[in-house]
Design a protein around this ligand. Sequence first.
Ligand SMILES: Cc1ncc(COP(=O)(O)O)c(C=O)c1O
Length: 688
Amino acid sequence: MVKKLNIVAVVQARLTSKRFPKKVISKIGNYSLIEIIKKRLDRSKLLDKVVYAIPKNQENKNLEIFLKQKNIEYHSGSEKNVLKRYIQTAIKFDADIIVRITSDCPLVCPKMLDNMIHEFKKKKVDYLSNIKDPLNIKDEFYYPDGFDIEIFSKKSLLSSYKKISSSFDYEHVTTFIRSSNIFKKHFVKSQKKFQKLKLSVDTKKDLNNVKKIFKVFASNIFFSFEDILKNKKSLDIIKKQLIRKNMLSKKVKKSQSLWSKANKIIPGGNMLLSKNPDRYLPKLWPTYFKNADGCNVTDLDNNKYIDFSTMGVGTNVLGYGNTLVDNAVKNTIKKGNLSTLNCPEEVYLAEKLIEIHPWFDMVKFARTGGEANSIAIRIARVASARDNVAVCGYHGWHDWYLSTNLNKNKKNNLDQHLMKNLQISGVPKKLKNTVFSFHYGDFITLKNLVTKKKIGVIKMEVCRNTEPNIKFLKKVRQLATKNKIVLIFDECTTAFRETYGGLHKKINIYPDVAIFGKTLGNGYAISAIIGKKEVMVAAKETFISSTFWTERIGPTAALKTLQIMQNIKSWRKIRKIGKKIAKKWRRLFDKYNLIVEINGIPSLLSFTFKSNKHQAYKTLITQEMLKKNFLATNTIYPCIKHNDKLIDRYFVNLEKIIKIISQCENEGQDIKKFLDSDVSSKDFYRYN
Ligand SMILES: Cc1ncc(COP(=O)(O)O)c(C=O)c1O
């Protein structure tokens, strides 16, 4: 005879919840959460038993006494190794099939449970639940948080225990089973989009919300999930919560609708990956601006934000709409921006840049960083009479650069410089083996490339995510000189942030050519290629020419920007601001026991959570800071307008979010519960 399978619900509970201690014995009406869950589960027709699994320690002694008083069966075991506690409980109560319930779910529905047990048996799976399948990336619907039910066989629990080695998996019981491919699993989906709803009890506020639902059904504590949806009053309580969650989408409605339109008529939606809203907060990011002034930005829906992110992707060191720069530009517009003749400002600007960098002799101008990089490569190839380039870091979108990815050898392509598998369709295959990448600091690889690949040009940034590595840069300089290689420092982003000019000036290591962009015009388009005469004259042997490189606004804005920077010593100001922010970040992360790496130089700062949930945490910061009217991610490029008052405001708001992140990272809270949008898409890595 086939033995009837014993199905036991094991409810995990403890008194030591950090956010809401003793919540499991707090009351809804006449009963504690523990009793309500037990009573509701006892209504199941297919369960054989309902028992509790609690930690065995002094802090939970009163819980044992409480359960004994209420005649509720339990097992007490390890506090941290909850998986072991589950196994022991299953053995003690002779369970073949375990139903895992957590004691933050007083609304757990016996009717839903019976349907799921039925499915579990019918589908003959090892694991079945109504929570999100972590391996499914499709946007499917699951049940609201607070109705969580997981069903699995004791056999699969034992087998997962043998394979686990992380304390995280021990603590969270089923995380290994859920993310592993070795088990047969089924995830029950709901018909409606409920996953944004939070009806579990983690805080007093949550408890009050759930109490309201129980109050609707008065003395009947056995109402089902369907009853909640059928009853107008309880449905209203749920809807209110959904409305709160959807507030952001209302706030940025115009921007989002324009972004949808943009995607239909502009491939990719816009012209710069760094401004794609999916990189910040999918479907909820303001995306378009109406006004920008100082470090304030007004979006299309008239929301006003303080920009604590990249200040126009690193362009506006003097803040947005600097009056002096704008007035100089307006004056130029009055006088005429472009004519058949050249504008004299380009000569004045070349003079000024050479005055700031007297080791250089000649300058050419373009309008974007990528263009300037292409020009520099062309000139350097002519000057060195060699085609091959050794490259490190990001330098734009042009063919010469992307051709690095035609290399089969992953070590020498851009996989570990920007992002994996960067799309390069359309880049001529014939460019293969002309550009080879090396990592910042990896002198051996660079030296090997120089020896084996007839390198004529080395192109790199002085630094990005770290302080400049002086020893390495000196060796690179010597290597280039010895082998008659043109050394180019791409200072599109680093120049005029740490000193008055290229960062190389500060560290006394001089390239043959430097490239400036971004900050040079404080938001107006202008970039420069500046270098030694013996290299720069090669520009005359190759055709480099463009109509709009002769317009007047760019050099006018640059001349005024340089003047203001010199007068107010803007680089000193932004460095000081950056140092202050980095110090405050460090203090905050340490306070909340988070392992976070702070990267970059003071004027180009970012941080990375040392966690596989980094991207989700970053998304939460963007989301919650947006609600407080800050544009914020994990990157801050300070500008002179970031004053102490604003920094303090930024930190008051950030601390509340860091607290939640700490609960997720250190106390097993699910970050997804707090997110109103999908997790943002990954950044460029910029490993150099
Ligand atoms: C070092 C560096 N080079 C080149 C570029 C490309 O500049 P642009 O986007 O103006 O073409 C960037 C932009 O982020 C950069 O940081």
